[in-house]
Design a protein around this ligand. Structure first.
Ligand SMILES: [Zn+2]
Length: 307
């Protein structure tokens, strides 16, 4: 990384082109994701539904202030609840996701107690009954949507961050909604991912034409320069973890031992621990195999990541 300067960013709606909006949330921390909206004449497409009801409401309000178009279609970029728990708050929208993302949404539901065990600070935000709404329309590899004369190309690039990751590309506007394939200035979290696949997905973005502005799933708006930094982060930790795996170290010892340089300044640097857990399954030849998620998350509290 050329610089350890971490920009500050706000919770706000950004108009990227006439009728194309990105919604970022400050900090980009655990379950604090970004979203998007593409307006047609009176119908629009939202990209991700966010997590706690107050977050989804704030996003919907910002969209209503900026555009007359109402959300009639909603894309889930992947199954994670910080992108899909808000689905239920779009009762009039048809929800679109990759086939495997839908399967996982249905299989996992909303494990509120497990989630609050990891992130107890959301207790107030999640009180009452919150139901999960599964996507209505799915696809395998590619889907094209049209809204107000604009073309949105949806492409499955998983398994990367998750099995069902989707990129949403507006080539004419040179805008890419990358979902959680991109975390900018926030440490990417790979506990359910496939890091080798993720590196390939990042490389694919770097090779794409007609991409100028990239809306990450977490963090501020960026460009391919930030994508390259995310890829380099994974390449560095893959190399460092592999060395320690070969030396017979445990995941926990490896994570304590690895120095990650300037990436230590990214938010939630302790995610190195679940990321190393994930890498070790990859080294054992089982890249999508189970990891001890509870242990990996619990261990983050005690990990002080080396620079
Ligand atoms: Zn996310």
């Amino acid at each position: 990384m050329k610089t350890h300067h971490i920009p500050a960013w706000d919770t706000k709606l950004h108009e990227l082109a006439d009728g194309v909006f990105a919604y970022t949330q400050a900090t980009g921390g655990f379950c604090i994701a970004n979203a998007g909206f593409v307006a047609g004449d009176d119908e629009g497409v939202a990209i991700d539904a966010l997590f706690a009801p107050r977050m989804t409401e704030a996003f919907q309000k910002a969209v209503r202030r900026a555009s007359k178009a109402r959300v009639r279609r909603l894309i889930n970029t992947h199954h994670h609840l910080d992108h899909s728990l808000g689905n239920v708050m779009f009762p009039k929208a048809t929800i679109i996701a990759q086939e495997q993302a839908r399967e996982v949404i249905i299989r996992t539901g909303f494990p509120k107690e497990q989630l609050l065990a990891i992130a107890p600070w959301f207790k107030k935000d999640l009180k009452g009954k919150i139901t999960v709404r599964a996507p209505d329309v799915t696809f395998e590899r590619h889907l094209t949507l049209y809204v107000g004369g604009r073309r949105l190309d949806l492409t499955h690039v998983g398994p990367a961050h998750t099995v069902g990751d989707v990129l949403v590309h507006l080539a004419a506007d040179r805008v890419l909604f990358a979902g959680d394939v991109c975390f900018f200035y926030v440490t990417p979290l790979a506990f359910e991912g496939n890091i080798a696949g993720w590196v390939r997905a990042l490389q694919a973005i770097e090779d794409m034409e007609n991409v100028e502005t990239i809306v990450p799933g977490h963090g501020p708006l960026g460009t391919k320069e930030q994508v390259r930094e995310v890829r380099t982060y994974f390449e560095v930790i893959t190399r460092e973890a592999h060395r320690r795996f070969e030396a017979g170290m445990t995941e926990d010892d490896a994570a304590r031992d690895i120095a990650i340089g300037e990436y230590v300044h990214w938010g939630e640097a302790e995610r190195l621990l679940p990321n190393v857990y994930r890498l070790f399954t990859q080294f054992r030849g089982d890249p999508n195999g189970p990891i001890d998620v509870a242990r990996a998350f619990a261990g983050m509290a005690e990990l002080s990541v080396k620079q």
